[in-house]
Design a protein around this ligand. Structure first.
Ligand SMILES: Cc1cc2nc3c(=O)[nH]c(=O)nc-3n(C[C@H](O)[C@H](O)[C@H](O)COP(=O)(O)OP(=O)(O)OC[C@H]3O[C@@H](n4cnc5c(N)ncnc54)[C@H](O)[C@@H]3O)c2cc1C
Length: 101
């Protein structure tokens, strides 16, 4: 089974009435809930645009934001868009990210 190929409107490359957000799509790299949510907003705006709602299609600007537990009281928060030619690259470890998670 392969991932669904989409453009940056999260629209199928061959079938313009099909959208594929989240883990099932090719653009979702890495597979994260945060990226699925960003893609959902882009796809919703593209669908609304198709239905003649007067809103622009939201630009696709993916970023990685995730918090990984490290033991029972610490975690590491990563926020980065360098995978997508951005400049944000941030990581912090300790009790605060753990509390956020
Ligand atoms: C152990 C684990 C930890 C993770 N931790 C994080 C984290 O800390 N942060 C983070 O951002 N991401 C995390 N992820 C990744 C995150 O869970 C996924 O990227 C995200 O859930 C993808 O969302 P989705 O909507 O694309 O798919 P899913 O959340 O998998 O939703 C797909 C839905 O489709 C349903 N479905 C499947 N087949 C059919 C069918 N034939 N008909 C109808 N319904 C169907 C499924 O039941 C499911 O409800 C983690 C993943 C795993 C496995």
């Amino acid at each position: 089974m392969r991932w669904v190929p989409t453009d940056t409107d999260i629209r199928h490359l061959d079938y313009d009435n099909i959208f594929a957000t989240g883990d099932c799509g090719t653009l979702s790299q890495p597979k994260l809930g945060h990226i699925a949510a960003i893609q959902g907003e882009v796809a919703a705006s593209a669908i609304a645009h198709d239905l003649d709602v007067e809103i622009p299609v939201q630009a696709y600007k993916p970023e990685v934001v995730c918090i990984m537990n490290r033991g029972v009281s610490e975690a590491t928060l990563i926020a980065s868009d360098t995978l997508y030619d951005g400049e944000m690259d941030f990581a912090v470890s300790g009790a605060v990210p753990y509390t956020m998670k």
